[in-house]
Design a protein around this ligand. Structure first.
Ligand code: SF4
Ligand code: SF4
Length: 178
C-alpha cells in the first residue's frame, strides 16, 4: 500500500482499537505488490468478510494501520467504514483516502473542519494534507484547494510557496517517475 506506517508506528496502536469488519484500506489504497490501483476493491477482498489470502497477504498489507487505529483521540465517527475515508501518513504528509463511492464524504462535518485545520496548521510546518479519491488528488493549501487531477501512486508531490501581492502563492509540482 502506498500510504504506509513505519514499523515504529506499529507499536502505537490505540488501546482497544480493532478493524472489525472494516476493510476500507483494501479498497482505497494502492497495493504495490498486487499492482492494485487505488479506489477499487482488491480482488482478494470480500467486503465485510475478510481477505481471501490472509495467511499470505503482501507485507504491505500486514504492515498497514490507518490513522484511526493509531490515534485514540479520533472518535468512533472517524472509523473508516463509517467515515467512508481513511487517514494515513506518507512521510510528513497526511493522506485522506476517500471511497470513490462517497467522494464528498470528507466534506461532511465533523470531518471537514478538522481536516482543514490540520492542513492549515501543518502547512506552516511543511506538512501538507492531500485528499485522494482513486487516482484524483486534491492538495489542501493555505490559499485554496488545488485539484491536481490524476496523480499516480508512484508520483512525487513537491509543495512550494512564493510571495504574491496578497500573501504567499502556493503551488504543487507533480514529479512523475522516469
Ligand atoms: S482502514 Fe483502518 S480500521 Fe479499516 S481495515 Fe484498514 S487498518 Fe483496519
Ligand atoms: S491482499 Fe488482502 S489485506 Fe491486502 S488489500 Fe487484498 S484483501 Fe486487503
Amino acid at each position: 500500500m502506498d500510504a504506509q506506517q513505519t514499523p515504529a508506528n506499529l507499536a502505537s496502536l490505540a488501546p482497544g482499537r480493532t478493524c472489525g469488519t472494516c476493510m476500507m484500506c483494501c479498497k482505497v489504497l494502492h497495493v504495490r505488490d498486487l499492482d492494485k490501483p487505488p479506489g477499487v476493491w482488491c480482488g482478494h477482498a470480500t467486503p465485510g468478510k475478510g481477505c481471501g489470502v490472509y495467511a499470505s497477504k503482501p507485507q504491505d498489507c500486514g504492515d498497514f494501520w490507518c490513522g484511526w487505529m493509531q490515534d485514540g483521540a479520533l472518535g468512533p465517527e472517524w472509523k473508516p467504514d463509517r467515515a467512508k475515508f481513511l487517514l494515513a501518513s506518507t512521510g510528513a504528509n497526511t493522506i485522506v483516502a476517500v471511497d470513490p463511492a462517497f467522494a464528498n464524504a470528507w466534506r461532511r462535518e465533523p470531518y471537514e473542519s478538522s481536516i482543514r485545520r490540520w492542513a492549515r496548521e501543518g502547512a506552516a510546518r511543511g506538512r501538507f494534507v492531500f485528499v485522494r479519491i482513486g487516482r484524483r488528488c486534491i492538495a489542501l493549501l493555505p490559499d485554496g484547494d488545488k485539484d491536481l487531477g490524476d496523480v499516480g501512486p508512484q508520483d512525487d508531490l513537491a509543495v512550494s510557496a512564493a510571495p504574491g501581492p496578497a500573501g504567499a502563492v502556493w503551488r504543487v509540482e507533480v514529479r512523475r517517475p522516469g
